[in-house]
Design a protein around this ligand. Structure first.
Ligand code: HPA
Length: 273
């Protein structure tokens, strides 16, 4: 079956389950941040396993549900868990949810992730607005262009919407939440970086490093959806004590601790939009 037909079939399946309200925003919740899904009210929960052609969520800290409902007075669709390239999904599968959200009619996309902080000013638990990215993963738009969604050569000058960044800063100020701002670099994973790689990325201009998000952002921008991206810094990737090890469980714990701050921020942004 053609990719486009799969997208249409999955979209139709989801639409049939949802109330007829117009969808306002899509939210992709990264590692340990799925709790925001619990805040969605009057929700319809659709397990990924029920959605035709959808991949299945296998990453730790990822639940695997599509949740539609009300958040910050807006009708939203949230992905509790995303698909990663390192799980073995191809880029069409990794980014299909974004295509589907576009078809569902979202006007904004919010993306979040857990990331290693290579900026030496960052501490575990910090929230970082993604102001730009460096993509070291395969580009998800390689292959025949889907003209129905967007152009062959999409502009990436403002991959992250400047107005949404401003709104985040003003909402965070009102909430008393401190925000950093920086460049997110995406690698394939699943290995964490070597100290030499972290150093390389810092010198290349990265502030945070992760294994997700950029494919979804590229596909969203291809179809003209304004994007807001935010990273939770879950490990400090710049000074390594002799007994230091990077550990996936620590990453989830650190992300969970930041989840409430992140949720309040996104809720207030939705209210203000
Ligand atoms: N590197 C890559 N991905 C990550 C990291 C990291 O240090 N921390 C959380 N996700």
């Amino acid at each position: 079956m053609e990719y486009l037909d799969k997208i249409e079939e999955a979209t139709q399946y989801i639409l049939d389950k949802l109330p007829k309200d117009k969808l306002f925003a899509g939210i992709i919740l990264g590692s340990g941040l799925g709790n925001l899904g619990e805040k969605i009210e009057n929700k319809t929960v659709i397990p990924y396993s029920e959605i035709p052609h959808f991949a299945k969520s296998t990453a730790m800290g990822h639940k695997g549900n599509l949740i539609a409902g009300w958040l910050g007075n807006q009708f939203v669709v949230g992905m509790q868990g995303r698909f990663h390239y390192y799980e073995g999904w191809n880029m069409e599968q990794v980014t299909m949810p974004v295509r589907i959200m576009k078809r569902l009619g979202i006007q904004y996309l919010f993306v979040s992730n857990a990331a290693g902080g290579v900026n030496t000013g960052f501490r575990v638990g910090d929230l970082m607005i993604i102001r730009d990215h460096i993509n070291l993963m395969p580009n998800p738009l390689i292959g025949k262009n889907l003209d129905e969604f967007g152009p062959r050569f999409p502009d990436m000058t403002r991959a992250y919407d400047p107005e949404l960044m401003e709104l985040a800063e003003s909402c965070a100020a009102k909430l008393g939440i401190e925000l950093k701002k920086g460049v997110y670099l995406a690698g394939t994973g699943p290995t964490y970086e070597t100290p030499a790689e972290y150093e390389f990325f810092r010198r290349a201009g990265a502030d945070a490093v992760g294994m997700s998000t950029v494919p979804e952002v590229i596909v969203a921008r291809h179809s003209g959806i304004p994007v807001f991206g935010i990273s939770v810094i879950t490990n400090e990737a710049y000074s390594f004590a002799e007994d230091f090890v990077n550990d996936g469980d620590d990453v989830i714990v650190a992300a969970n601790k930041a989840a409430d701050r992140l949720s309040s921020l996104i809720v207030d942004m939705l209210k203000a939009l």
